[in-house]
Write a protein that binds this ligand. Sequence first.
Ligand code: DX5
Ligand code: ZN
Length: 224
Amino acid sequence: MYELAPSMLSADLNRLGEQLNFLERQGCRWLHIDVMDGDFVPSISFGMPVIQSIRRESHLFFDVHMMVEYPEKYVETMKQCGADQLTVHAEACRHLDRTLASIREAGMRAGVALNPATPLENIQYVYDRLDMVLLMTVNPGYGGQSYLPAMTEKIRELRKRLDAAGYEKVDIEVDGGINRDTADTVLEAGASILVAGSAVFQGDMEDNLRFFRERLEAYSGGGR
Ligand code: DX5
Ligand code: ZN
C-alpha cells in the first residue's frame, strides 16, 4: 500500500478542521496523529479529546503514533476515540507481543515504531502481529528535523527481512524529515507510507500534495 500520511503536528491548529477538510478534498486518505506524553519524548502534543473531536468530521484513516510510555494503557481508549491504526514504540513496551495482540483484538491495525538507534532485531519475533513498521528517520519529538541518512540502509534491510520471512504485506512507514529531497530515497529503499509534516503544511499545500501524489504514483505503478 502506498500512502501519504500528513502529520497533524505541523498543521495550523487554529484552523485544524479547515485544513483536514482540505486534505480530504485533495484526495488524501491518511492522517498521521502524533500523541506525546512529555516523558517518552520531551514534548507534549495532543490526546484523546482532540482525536475524538476531529473524528466527528473526518473520514481520513487515523494513523495514531503513540510516543508515550506505557502505551498499553491507552489501546481501548484510542479505539473508542476513533483510531484506525495504533503504533506503539518497541522501546516503550515491556510486553510488546501482548500489546500488539491487544491492538488487533480491539479492532485496529497494529504498528510498531523504532527509534533510529533501535536495532531491527528487536521486532523479529513479532512479525505475525504486525500490519506496519514505522521507522523513525529522525529522533522522535519534534517536526521539522533533518532526515538521518543512516536510516536508508535500515529501511532497505527491513524490507529485505520482511520479504524473506514471507511478510511482504507488512508496510514500512517512515517518519521525520521526509520532503522533496528525501522522498525518492526512502521510496527506493522500500518505504511505502510516507509521513510528512512540514513538507505538507508549510508553503503551498496544494503543490506539496501534488508532489507527493506524483512520487507515490510513480512507485505504486512500478512495484508492490
Ligand atoms: C516527530 C513526529 C513526526 C513529525 C514529522 O517525532 O513523529 O510525525 O510530525 O515532522 P516532519 O515531517 O516535519 O519531520
Ligand atoms: Zn509521527
